[in-house]
Write a protein that binds this ligand. Structure first.
Ligand code: TIU
Length: 241
């Protein structure tokens, strides 16, 4: 059933049965002190504002039976999947692979690479480990979505102008409709967050649509209320069975 979700630049008709929630890189390395985000010189506390909206959307999606996928940016312990140009960025003592307070920075299996406690994936929810900023680059995300008949992505996570943007652009080019939950995304640079969201919705939704968690949850609730009740067997049908 199609449901209108208020959004920029215009309302979007969404069929929640063909939609998935994609939560991008809500990892300790980006949100907590001493991880990769901090190593790059950022104030990681600025990302905290996205946690409550992400959690509300996660709970709403789970309750409605919407497919939820999580992504994590990070690399193999031997860093063989990390381009030299990515490793060599930033101060030498705080680069990818270097030991930090939460383990080796942005390395799979280390504490900092994990998803924050508030948004822990359920065992049934796919976790996409990605070596790049975009979630489609060198991952099986597209295969998982196509096999489930998904055509619309509800997108949340960090950071707005980096991994969220890269993923929205990749998804848009692959024919997925992206509905970005602006309040469930965040950036170390509030101005980049604002402009990043505007860039997505500009030019008649050049990359996608931008909305709020509240608007999606309200539309989801409406769509469930409007769902036709299961057919009730008549007495005649029961007796003839
Ligand atoms: N630095 C920054 O803003 N972001 C990243 O490096 N990765 C993600 O956005 N996940």
């Amino acid at each position: 059933m199609q449901c209108q979700v208020p959004a920029q630049p215009e309302p979007l008709a969404v069929d929640f049965r063909r939609s998935a929630l994609l939560i991008i890189d809500m990892q300790r390395d980006f949100l907590e002190p001493h991880g990769f985000g901090a190593a790059l010189g950022n104030d990681v506390s600025l990302l905290g504002r996205a946690v409550a909206p992400c959690k509300a959307m996660l709970e709403g999606a789970r309750a409605a039976g919407i497919l939820v996928l999580h992504t994590r940016e990070g690399h193999r312990p031997d860093l063989s999947d990390a381009p030299k140009t990515k490793i060599e960025r930033g101060a030498p003592e705080r680069r990818i692979g270097v030991a930090g307070p939460m383990g080796r920075i942005l390395v799979r299996g280390e504490a900092g690479h994990g998803i924050i406690a508030d948004l822990q994936p359920l065992p049934s929810e796919p976790v996409i480990d990605k070596p790049g900023k975009g979630a489609f680059y060198q991952t099986d995300l597209e295969l998982l979505l196509r096999n489930r008949g998904i055509d619309t992505l509800l997108i949340a996570g960090v950071t707005t102008e980096v991994c969220v943007h890269s993923t929205v652009r990749e998804a848009n080019d692959r024919g997925f409709r992206c509905l970005v939950l602006g309040d469930a995304c965040a950036s170390y640079h509030p101005e980049f967050h604002e402009v990043g969201l505007r860039m997505i919705a500009a030019q008649g939704a050049i990359f996608g649509w931008v909305t709020t968690t509240e608007a999606v949850l309200a539309a989801l609730s409406d769509s469930q209320a409007a769902r036709p009740a299961a057919p009730v067997e008549t007495v005649a049908e029961v007796e003839s069975a």
